[in-house]
Ligand binder design. Structure first.
Ligand SMILES: Cc1cc2nc3c(=O)[nH]c(=O)nc-3n(C[C@H](O)[C@H](O)[C@H](O)COP(=O)(O)OP(=O)(O)OC[C@H]3O[C@@H](n4cnc5c(N)ncnc54)[C@H](O)[C@@H]3O)c2cc1C
Length: 420
């Protein structure tokens, strides 16, 4: 009998774990330094201000656009011209090391762009993705609106309706979306609507809501625990009419897919699993950027701060805490890079993308909490950045699939059973 851990290392003829090489090439090292420099020069000095303001940091995003860090070309290059899969996690770790709130403001439009790229036709991608970004002189943003007030993890519970008005070749959207990054303020909204409620999550489709469309408005803007420079709000859709061409993938493809589901034919679950899994290591990389920021800061602090006549790092209890923090970060980065690489090879077996995200969220939350402990009273104040990093870390246990949803996905993958 082959053990499950052995199965995880044997992925068939094409994909061998021995081919996984966690070494960055010259291009990746250059990108890493480029993003790190931006984080040091622009993000770090502005992080506290935008966290306090709880507003979208337009001037910072403009600066990111000026150097090409905010823009669809960067995203496309990092995602599609990199066979190793490591470029994106490397860039994201540096960005979120700089600041998670501003990092999310820079990356948030990518959620919409990815939604368009995964479901849209080539023409739709060419038309709408650039509009999620604009340019440095005219910054535009995108929002990906899936979650609803009564259904986040439970995607089968979405209620936003999408009705086709055949006479006008228009789709009519009605409902409320919750916790949407860039929601309401975005130029392009990608909205998940329920076309056939009988089919649960298989009856959904994605729609573009173009700029200035009547009926779309921003509901409440959330006051958040962390990543406060990122704009998060409700999106209200009240008889929003969009032209037929705004249905991502097109009507013919949707009709065919719905017909297959109604006939009870199984979709390509394996392909869907590979797609979802592939996005998760990137979120893990964000988390590890925040963790590394807190670890580095608390290491420096522990070497400076004195108590009982010696540097606090000279106490094993502090030094060992830092040793654990460093170990967790290094181990998690490897898991993330392996997940990102497997995503490129379409080689997930045991939901390794979810494993990377699950572990990284937990590590970030734990490491940033330990950093507060090392700074003692100072760590608990807003005078020092570690409390902000702790607040910023927590979101990685929640969005893009909660901790428990990752566990669900992993437990189903390792057991082959429909765990509930
Ligand atoms: C800052 C922020 C930004 C976000 N940005 C976006 C965005 O841009 N677009 C978007 O569409 N959404 C976005 N979200 C929504 C986010 O994806 C959801 O909050 C998340 O999926 C969890 O859904 P929920 O909040 O409804 O929690 P629920 O699904 O209600 O979960 C509540 C708790 O129950 C647990 N739980 C639920 N189901 C199960 C189960 N079957 N087994 C075990 N435990 C379970 C969860 O793990 C969690 O602990 C964002 C959220 C935040 C906070």
């Amino acid at each position: 009998m082959v053990s499950s851990s052995l199965q995880a290392t044997n992925r068939g003829d094409d994909i061998e774990m021995a081919d996984f090489n966690p070494t960055l090439n010259e291009d990746q090292l250059t990108i890493q330094k480029w993003v790190h420099d931006f984080a040091v020069d622009v993000m770090r000095p502005n992080a506290e201000e935008w966290d306090e303001r709880e507003e979208f940091p337009w001037p910072i995003v403009e600066q990111a656009a000026e150097i090409g860090l905010y823009g669809w070309e960067f995203l496309a290059n990092a995602m599609f011209n990199d066979p190793t899969g490591l470029t994106m996690p490397v860039a994201l770790e540096e960005l979120f090391w700089g600041d998670a709130g501003i990092g999310m403001a820079i990356m948030g439009s990518g959620l919409a762009a990815a939604g368009i790229a995964s479901s849209g036709t080539q023409d739709q991608v060419m038309e709408w993705v650039p509009q999620c970004y604009g340019d440095a002189k005219n910054i535009q943003t995108g929002a990906f609106a899936a979650s609803e007030p009564d259904a986040g993890s439970d995607v089968g519970g979405y209620r936003t309706s999408a009705r086709y008005d055949e006479a006008k070749d228009e789709w009519v959207l009605n409902g409320t979306k919750a916790w949407i990054t860039n929601g309401g303020m975005a130029d392009i909204h990608v909205v998940i609507g329920v076309v056939d409620p009988e089919l649960g999550s298989k009856g959904h489709a994605s729609f573009i809501v173009p700029p200035g469309t009547k009926g779309l408005s921003q509901g409440q803007k959330y006051k958040k625990h962390g990543i406060r420079a990122s704009h998060t709000a409700e999106v209200v859709l009240d008889d929003v009419r969009v032209p037929g061409r705004c249905l991502l993938g097109g009507k013919e493809k949707l009709d065919e897919r719905l017909a297959r589901v109604r006939r009870g034919e199984k979709g390509n679950a394996q392909a869907a699993m590979q797609t979802f899994e592939a996005t998760r290591p990137a979120v893990g990389a964000q988390a590890i950027g925040v963790a590394r920021a807190a670890y580095e800061y608390s290491l420096d602090y522990a070497k400076e701060r004195e108590a009982f006549g010696r540097k606090i790092i000279m106490n094993q209890s502090i030094a060992f805490m830092l040793a654990d923090m460093a170990t967790e970060i290094e181990a998690t980065r490897l898991l993330i890079w392996r997940g990102a690489w497997l995503g490129k090879q379409k080689g997930f077996v045991n939901a390794e993308g979810s494993m990377a995200k699950l572990k990284a969220g937990r590590v970030a939350t734990h490491v940033t909490e330990r950093a507060i402990q090392i700074l003692g009273g100072y760590g608990y104040t807003r005078e020092y950045p570690v409390e902000r990093w702790h607040r910023d870390a927590k979101i990685h246990d929640i969005f893009e699939g909660t901790e428990q949803i990752q566990q669900l996905v992993i437990s189903r993958a390792i057991s082959g059973l429909r765990i509930e």
